[in-house]
Design a protein around this ligand. Sequence first.
Ligand code: MN
Ligand code: MN
Length: 466
Amino acid sequence: MSEKTRGELLSEKLLHNKKNGFDLLEEKEIQAAYDYCEGYKDYLDNSKTERVCAKYSIAMAEKCGFVPFEKGMKLKAGDKVYFDNRGKTVAFVTVGTLPITEGIHIAAAHIDSPRLDLKPNPVFETDEIGYFKTHYYGGIKKYQWLSLPLSLYGTAILKDGSSVDVSIGDNENDPVFCIPDLLPHLAKDQMSKTMSDAVNAEAMNVIIGSRPFCDDKVSQRVKLNVLNILFEKYNITEEDFVSAEFELVPSYMARDIGLDRSLIGSYGHDDRVCAYPSITALFDAKTPAHTIMAVLADKEEIGSNGVTGMKSEFLKYVIEDVAESMGEKLKDVIRNCKCLSTDVSAAHDPNYPEVTEIRNSTRINYGFAASKYTGSRGKSSTSDASAEFVGYVRNIFDKAGVIWQIGEMGKVDQGGGGTVAMYIAELCMDVLDLGVPVLGMHAAFEVVSKLDVYMAYKGIKAFFEA
Ligand code: MN
Ligand code: MN
């Protein structure tokens, strides 16, 4: 082999040459990434709403020995507990060997995704077709939700106070639901509108039936027939929708994308693609030095408001419970905590190169993606992580052989977005955004890279074991 020139040596030493992850990994590790993602696809298919995701994650944790935290517990190294906030936000904690005043290493992901919710008075019939009225949740492009097979998930509290869970559409023998789009032949007026006006949110009514109840003495016979089917199976009446939460999500399951199967297409990668690596890294970390926590939050897509959003005091109370169970004060623990806010980033999309700045955008197959800040315009509404904390995380990742990258969401002034990082920073702990780059984020079918998903797992695990 010929010797390297002085220029080659100098460029190796001084230049930050980013590489595609596939050029950096041995075949064995690429296979490990593909294998890891089989578990991830299973998680996606069983976790389409925040409620079922929380429940499924708790079931996984219980298999690994986690138990619900109870007041008065005296926690010690190796103990595994979880905190369930109303079935929608969960924190899993493994107690480490260091004193709790050394702080907790936290990974925080969210488990709600953009979707269509049912309105509180959703059922109606018009021109002999039965519908549910919907109200979209989170930032969607409305046209993407038309002419898709949709599944219905929900929980209703009935008149007698009992609770009923509903899940229709994900079993292959189930019926599904749909909002048919307008045919192009008659869309002359619609096609001349802007994309945000082309689909009227009040026209996003989902078909629930078309067969009339056979009785000439009553009106609204399609609606009556559908309600009768619901009542027979779930004991739900029309009035019960007032105390219910129903969500429509795509019915299809996660699939490999591409002939090389290097990508995964699915509904809800944002943010299960960080939730799954966060909890599996936690489950796989054996008696760590620091106490570690994975928190899966609800309501991120609508601003983290509400009792199950990250703006609630839930995380603070969890840390306080853990601190007190070891005889320490909340403030002595919380200010030494360190957090990875694990949420997706916008991958550079070659079909839309005009919205990203290639030197500073995150890319598919370039690994776990950090964002020092998110927000919009002049870094408005963000937690801008310190150089010290980015340096701390960088060191951990490099030592553990984690393939990672850092970038911004898109071009300055092109738009923007936020994560839970700023609400966590308000508790007085260091926090850095890290996630998996997504193509087509917030669409009903999003795309991620298996290599990146696996690097998220490796990165979070290294952070937990630091
Ligand atoms: Mn997200
Ligand atoms: Mn999102």
